[in-house]
Write a protein that binds this ligand. Structure first.
Ligand SMILES: Cc1ncc(COP(=O)(O)O)c(C=O)c1O
Length: 430
């Protein structure tokens, strides 16, 4: 039987009445003060997690390594600033993320660029910002980067993103970014595109080949998945070196925690590079850093009991607005008003949108919950804020708690935020 998770698993606590606490703050007080839905960042723990990730990689890997935080996972500036204080750099996939990274103080040399559909305008902005690396996703993109770089009078360092046709055991198809059939990402290793790319480089003075990038998905729990994927690259690395290229960098993209992963990846790299010269290892983690250090508070507006059918907790947030990842991920749900109340019944938790699929979870075991009480969706730091929508409701505020001090780091959306882009011709009523 698996152990039930409790606040300590997230570095949180409870007060004498069992109310969930973060630092010296009670979650229910935050909900009352700032309104719900409310994202709560556990800032000091986030920073510590990011630092531990970097240190684990440095300890486990004898060559140079660097960690570029994946903005896509959670680009709330307070989150990015915390990981930056921990010594992480930036991984971005859009013009917005590029602008944000620069605005938050990253230099071009701290930025790695990814994305399967980079436009010429985006690539131009990346080249002008002198980003550290562009991870090219297709043969056509090599030519485009070369053309843009030459027009700007620069030489751009690139990695070739390789699709290794590897799907980790148990991974759902939607997350399998290293699948040849299921995912358009990267150069097709089996189809020989990596070799074609190397051949193309001969007359492309605008780009300088530095190595390979491989990403096999998100939420991977078994470290061995990474070494199995990397092993598929071994013949390519040999052929590349035989063709006279240096392979200076290996980017393993998003990856889960920590020592065992870093150790496993390190061993795999040393198998592929048996000589004395190891490539620099880059990791681009998002989830493993941000996910466990944020939770989402929702208020239960109503408890609807349909006898012999179902009990619903109607809250102010569901997957239509703020919990999209609950559609495909399992997250613990705690009763912030009393985490010790026994889980006595099965309920379905839904959101406020008039949309039948606005569900958080169906049939989950929860304590008896009263209207007005607050629940906490745990591990909500990754891909929740990033994917939330203003489906009839403003997007929520975000607060950060650091050593007992709490501050608002993103205010709730206002009516003006929501209508500011619209052309409204009707005069205001009254
Ligand atoms: C290229 C790339 N790097 C990094 C990441 C971050 O992955 P994760 O959040 O699982 O660490 C992703 C996520 O999809 C990605 O596509």
């Amino acid at each position: 039987m698996t152990r039930e998770l409790g606040p300590r698993d997230w570095g949180l606590g409870t007060d004498a009445d069992g109310r969930l606490t973060v630092g010296t703050e009670r979650a229910v007080d935050l909900a009352r003060a700032f309104g719900t839905p409310l994202h709560v960042i556990h800032e000091e723990r986030l920073e510590a997690t990011a630092a531990r990730f970097r240190e684990s990689l440095e300890e486990a890997y004898p060559g140079r390594s660097s960690v570029h935080y994946a903005f896509k996972c959670n680009a709330v500036p307070a989150v990015v600033e915390a990981v930056r204080r921990a010594g992480l750099k930036a991984e971005i996939m859009s013009p917005f993320e590029l602008d944000l990274a620069l605005r938050l103080g990253f230099g071009g040399a701290d930025i790695v660029v990814n994305g399967p559909g980079k436009t010429a305008a985006f690539l131009r902005a990346a080249v002008e910002s002198a980003v550290r690396l562009i991870n090219v996703d297709s043969l056509a993109e090599i030519a485009l980067v070369d053309e843009i770089a030459r027009a700007a009078g620069r030489t751009v360092d690139i990695l070739l993103r390789i699709n290794p046709d590897f799907v980790p055991r148990g991974m759902n198809a939607g997350s399998a970014t290293g699948s040849r059939k299921g995912c358009a990402f990267g150069l097709d290793l089996k189809g020989g595109e990596a070799g074609e790319a190397l051949a193309l480089l001969g007359d492309k003075p605008g780009v300088r080949f530095r190595g390979f990038h491989v990403h096999i998905g998100t939420g991977i729990r078994e470290a061995s998945a990474y070494s199995q994927a990397l092993d598929r690259l071994a013949p390519l690395v040999r052929e590349t070196r035989d063709a006279g290229f240096r392979v200076d960098v290996l980017d393993v993209a998003g990856c889960a925690t920590f020592k065992d992963f870093a150790g496993e990846i390190g061993r795999a790299v040393r198998r592929i590079f048996p000589g004395p010269e190891l490539p620099e290892l880059i990791a681009e983690p998002g989830r493993s850093i941000a996910s466990p250090n944020q939770f989402l508070l929702l208020t239960v507006a109503q408890v609807k009991v349909r006898p012999k059918v179902r009990t619903w907790l109607v809250t102010d947030g569901g997957l239509g607005t703020v919990t999209l990842p609950t559609f495909y991920e399992c997250h613990e749900v705690l009763l912030a008003d009393d985490v010790r109340r026994p889980r006595a019944e099965r309920v379905t938790i839904v959101g406020p949108v008039c949309f039948a699929s606005d569900i958080v979870y169906r049939n989950i075991r929860m304590p008896e919950v009263r209207p007005g009480e607050v629940i906490a969706i745990m591990d909500s730091g990754a891909y929740f804020v990033a994917q939330e929508s203003s489906f009839g409701f403003p997007r929520p505020a975000v607060v950060a708690v650091n050593k007992g001090a709490c501050r608002l780091v993103r205010r709730r959306e206002t009516f003006e935020d929501l209508t500011g882009r619209d052309v409204i011709s009707a005069p205001p009523a009254g």
